[in-house]
Design a protein around this ligand. Structure first.
Ligand code: KG4
Ligand code: ZN
Length: 351
């Protein structure tokens, strides 16, 4: 399967193959190649993604990224293309002008090669990232630093937390691989909260990783922030109030201690750590509660925010004996291998 992803600011292409099940829950998808071109530098100038600019950037690198994915499988180009069963692409949700670039490229390749076209839901892709393995492939070209993603044995029911820049959702998946949406954010996504709070603190785009780095030197108890909906009794989330609370707390500081001229580096780190802790507290509490209630045999954490080390560590600890599966960071943030996996596994997100 050739897969393409252009729903936001990453132009990605990958070639993946389905591996046969060797036992219950062992079905997985092998990554033969995965290429991601980030537009982060481009969007740093505008401190966020402008859809038309993202779309233009996708157009400029699209053919090159697809070529690279095909050329890096370790087989000849001809053999790789000949062996493709279909072309999969993210068709929703995402930035419309960006999505159509990937879809147009995929449809053109399908027409040229006479291969079937498979539309994939982006969130189904984030979930399928936990079915990817790189075992026995060796992407040693990726900066020399290669960590293999082991094949994961899945145990059901699984509780899945998808936390990205656009979504924060809890799902339950049963043995038949059907997904049930348990709850989701009513306003901002967790990644969006990271990004917006990072922007308030004057950090560069993309804010999530920058805020996490700054938080390492901060005191998470320094700034009192709310834990929105932590005791709501359902699986929904809300993060927009947290951003507002940070804004007000920052204003207070600015006025009382620095004459409105901003805050010291240590104080900024304290804000970052406190905000990160508030987001992590809510994500952990609600996931653990859903896992206990549903009798989860496994929990999956995926989406760009799963790259957050604090969230991974806190969730692992809070889950106790329930095993936590987190894809490698490069498969948690947007990539095309996960889209190919969702297509191969037939994952569907309930609408
Ligand atoms: O899944 P993703 O790559 O794209 C979307 O589908 O949205 O997620 C991107 C989000 C951004 O909001 C980014 O700030 C956040 O994931 N993110 C992080 C970290 N790395 C990425 N948030 C917190 N800590 C991180 N280390
Ligand atoms: Zn995503």
């Amino acid at each position: 399967m050739l897969a393409i992803e252009t729903s936001c600011d990453e132009t990605a292409a990958a070639v993946v193959e389905g591996l046969p099940e060797r036992g219950p829950g062992s079905g997985s998808v092998r990554v033969l190649s995965s290429v991601v071109a980030s537009q982060a530098d481009l969007h740093a100038q505008t401190k966020g993604v402008v859809p038309e600019i993202a779309a233009r950037a996708h157009v400029e690198v699209m053919t090159q990224i697809v070529e690279e994915a095909i050329n890096r499988t370790g087989e000849s180009r001809q053999k790789t293309v000949g062996a493709l069963d279909a072309v999969a692409v993210t068709t929703e949700p995402g930035l419309k002008p960006a999505l159509v670039i990937g879809e147009t490229a995929a449809r053109a390749l399908c027409a040229a090669w006479g291969k079937p076209f498979i539309p994939v839901h982006h969130i189904a892709g984030h979930i399928a990232a936990a079915w990817l393995t790189t075992k026995a492939i060796g992407h040693r070209h990726e900066g020399g630093e290669f960590l293999e993603q082991e094949e994961i044995i899945h145990q059901f029911p699984i509780i899945i937390l998808v936390a990205s820049g656009g979504h924060t959702q809890l799902y339950r998946m049963d043995e038949n691989l059907r997904l049930q949406l348990l709850g989701q954010t009513r306003d901002d996504a967790a990644g969006e909260a990271f990004d917006k709070i990072a922007r308030l603190l004057g950090l560069p785009y993309p804010g999530g990783p920058a805020l996490a780095t700054l938080a390492e030197r901060g005191d998470a108890r320094a700034v009192k922030l709310p834990r929105p909906m932590i005791h709501s009794g359902n699986d929904d989330f809300s993060f927009s109030g947290l951003k507002t609370a940070v804004l007000y707390a920052l204003r207070d500081k600015g006025r009382t201690e620095n004459g409105g001229q901003g805050i010291s580096h240590q104080e900024r780190a304290n804000f970052a750590a406190s905000a990160e802790e508030a987001i992590v507290d809510v994500l952990v509490a609600k996931t653990v509660r859903a896992a206990a209630r549903e009798g989860a045999a496994q929990v999956i954490l995926t989406g760009g925010v799963a790259a957050n080390a604090r969230l991974r560590a806190r969730l692992r600890e809070a889950l106790g004996p329930i095993p936590l599966v987190v894809p490698q960071p490069r498969f948690c943030t947007d990539n095309a291998a996960m889209i190919g996996a969702a297509a191969l596994l037939g994952f569907r997100v309930p609408q």
